[in-house]
Design a protein around this ligand. Sequence first.
Ligand code: 5GP
Length: 191
Amino acid sequence: MKLLEQRIISDGKVLPGDVLKVNSFLNHQIDVKFVSQLGHEFHRLFADCGVNKILTIESSGVGIACLTAQFFDVPVVFAKKAKTSNISSDVYSASAHSYTHGNEYEAVVSKDFLLPSDKVLIIDDFLANGAALEALVSICEQAGAEIAGCGIVIEKQYQGGGDKLRARGIRVESLAKIRSMSDDGKIEFCE
Ligand code: 5GP
């Protein structure tokens, strides 16, 4: 999506540790009109898939998921991040490694909000090594829900998480795919 690539070039900052900071429009301050356009694009991509629920993970995924859900007219469920291993039996949970914080966490969703009859679109802001998405996929599998696919705003393609998921037969659509990012701030996109 050219519009998104231009916005990343103009407003994004490359930080050490392969982190792209897009706090001015996506991760801290949210440009609602712009992120709605991203949601519209996710709807165009997945409109024919029978999606009846959007699943994401707190915190950055929530705004994007809600602005996407308005086009599908479906509810959003977000996985909560829990530190404790004290997980109750009325939730689905999967452990993951946090890319930005470096710690382990449990992604947790109440069994009340994910059903075997659901057809789920998973939404997130970034895809790097794939840990966050794999946790959400695992939660859908535990619930017996069908996965329509994953919609990602920014995939850092060179980190391999997206291709691992695609190799499992999961449809992953990323609106911007970064081929390389250098410490001096140069960002190259995939064709
Ligand atoms: P993964 O689990 O695929 O390794 O990383 C994805 C998660 O880590 C996303 O949910 C996102 O919150 C965070 N993340 C990964 N890479 C970046 C990045 O370059 N910038 C920002 N802001 N977040 C990232």
